[in-house]
Design a binder for this molecule. Structure first.
Ligand code: NAD
Length: 484
């Protein structure tokens, strides 16, 4: 199936409000993971395109974009959000082809993108500094100011949501953005940029350069005129980005995934928990930074939880994104190899249940059936490493102390949830769990637009979403006026 007509050339970059071929003229094939066929060619941007984008962003800050009031910026973002809503079907179709995301999930991402624009549009004029009591004869106050040019390096798993949360907050605070989408999936990033342009975002305020991580991505993260980098992706690449930005003493926000647990205690309401236990693991075929890949269950409910989850797993079907089944393919053959490699490594684990690949699913699609695995050793590699595929591990625990030790016993700390009716235990665990977010009797996979999100440990640092992101995308200036 071919792509719908697009109002831009997908082999172009958007730089300074103009669609143009990358300066070296090179392109890359974009693959539909549902069938392995080439969707289109995209730009293979290089450092010269990044240079041009950073220059355009700086000019925007010195010109029309930089002179907008907070209210005007907010109105533009709100308008972008309205236009995104008008293009939800197109965005969902592009994402389904590009990421392999089932249409319903792709549609939810497009609606979330609009919601980010509404939220950050509304917040642009509600962030302000403070006055500070100081010595006699002084007036002291703080100003929240944009960093300047911000770099946004985005992965392929949730392009629309990640662009919404990082570019939305950066623009709300008055920064000008250079966006490097993932080489595996960049069509919705391009369409979003076209929507933003149409909505009246001034030239240069948002520039988009698709390309390879080692080329365009590295050029952006090491650029001496970029003042903030927001990165979402793997730990290894995040460390490289932080090093590159560090050479220029530039702050970074890193969101690097996790091994997020859900803790099911003996008094849990399983009817409430069950949909969250399974969906948080298989959503987007498990390729979610905040996927709940570890389910920790108190021993006396273990058999019951495994049986209930197994029943749901057995009913899951994987197939082409446009067929809108429970799961689509993984992003690529390479990702499929990574996930099947993990499954081979976990051959000693008992398979409680698997879903199935739909009959007739194209043989060249990157399909992996979801696996529910049982594991009594919380140190097993599959219970420690981020798999980034539809694989959940169920681990038993004896008591609260052991549950906390297992939950905190990985290098990560992004999201955790606790299922218990015991209010005191809820409060104790909310404090004891090493995690950027803790959900009680629910699971948010990152939560809503309003909720600050980010990790501890190897899950990264810095916070996106909510008002907290606006602090991250701004810098604080203290003004001390002596007037006697
Ligand atoms: P990656 O971290 O290498 O890529 C993410 C983004 O970084 C892409 O836009 C890529 O082009 C860019 N990038 C790559 N190398 C770069 C460099 N040297 N400098 C600057 N930017 C660079 O992730 P991947 O290779 O697509 O996936 C590998 C693994 O990463 C996955 O199996 C998964 O475990 C993990 N991952 C995590 C997330 C997440 O949301 N936390 C997202 C994608 C992948």
């Amino acid at each position: 199936m071919s792509l719908p007509d697009l109002p831009f050339n997908p082999a172009h970059c958007l730089i300074n409000g103009t669609w143009r071929a990358p300066l070296d003229g090179q392109t890359l094939a974009l693959i539909d993971p549902s069938n392995g066929s080439e969707l289109t060619q995209i730009a293979r941007g290089q450092s010269r395109d990044i240079d041009a984008s950073v220059e355009a962003a700086q000019s925007a800050l010195n010109g029309e974009w930089g002179s907008k009031t907070a209210l005007e910026r907010g109105r533009i973002l709100t308008r972008i959000g309205q236009l995104v809503l008008e293009h939800v079907d197109l965005l969902a179709e592009l994402e389904a082809h590009d990421v392999g995301k089932p249409l319903t999930q792709a549609r939810a991402d497009a609606i979330a993108l609009a919601r980010y624009m509404e939220f950050y549009g509304g917040s642009a004029d509600k962030i302000h500094g403070e006055t500070i009591p100081y010595l006699g004869g002084y007036t002291v106050y703080t100003l929240r100011e944009p960093h300047g040019v911000t770099g946004h390096i985005v992965p392929w798993n949730y392009p629309m949501q990640i662009i919404g949360r990082s570019v939305g907050a950066a623009l709300a605070m008055g920064n000008a953005a250079v966006l490097k989408p993932a080489e595996e999936a960049c069509l919705t990033a391009l369409m979003f940029a076209e929507i933003a342009r149409t909505a009246g975002l001034p030239d240069g305020a948002l520039n988009v350069v698709p390309g390879l991580g080692a080329e365009a991505g590295a050029a952006l993260s090491s650029h001496k005129d970029v003042q903030h980098i927001s990165f979402t992706g793997s730990v290894a690449t995040g460390a490289l980005v932080q090093q590159a930005a560090g050479a220029n003493v530039v702050p970074v926000t890193l969101e690097l995934g996790g091994k997020s647990p859900q803790l099911v205690f003996e008094d849990a309401n399983l009817d409430d928990a069950l949909p969250f236990l399974v969906n948080a693991g298989i959503q987007n075929a498990g390729q979610t930074c905040s996927a709940s890949s570890r389910i920790l269950v108190q021993e006396n409910r273990y058999a019951e939880v495994v049986a209930a989850m197994s029943e749901r797993y057995s009913a899951l079907t994987v197939g082409p994104a446009m067929d809108d089944l429970n799961l689509g393919p993984l992003i690529s053959e390479r990702q499929k190899e990574i996930v099947t490699g993990f499954l081979a490594q976990g051959k000693d684990l008992h398979i409680a249940a698997t879903g199935q690949i739909a009959e007739g699913a194209p043989s060249k699609g990157a399909y992996v059936a979801p696996h529910l695995l049982l594991c009594s050793d919380p140190h097993h590699p599959l219970a420690q490493q981020e798999i980034f595929g539809p694989v959940q591990i169920v681990i038993p625990f004896k008591d609260e102390a052991e549950a906390v030790a297992i939950a905190n016993g990985t290098d990560f700390g992004l999201v955790a949830s606790v299922w218990t009716e015991n209010g005191a235990r809820q409060m104790r665990l909310a404090k004891a769990l090493k995690s950027g977010q803790v959900f009680i009797n629910n699971y948010g996979a990152g939560g809503g637009v309003e909720l600050p999100f980010g990790g501890v440990g190897k899950s990264g640092h810095g916070r996106e979403k909510g008002f907290e992101a606006l602090y991250g995308f701004s810098t604080l200036k203290t003004v001390a006026a002596k007037h006697g």
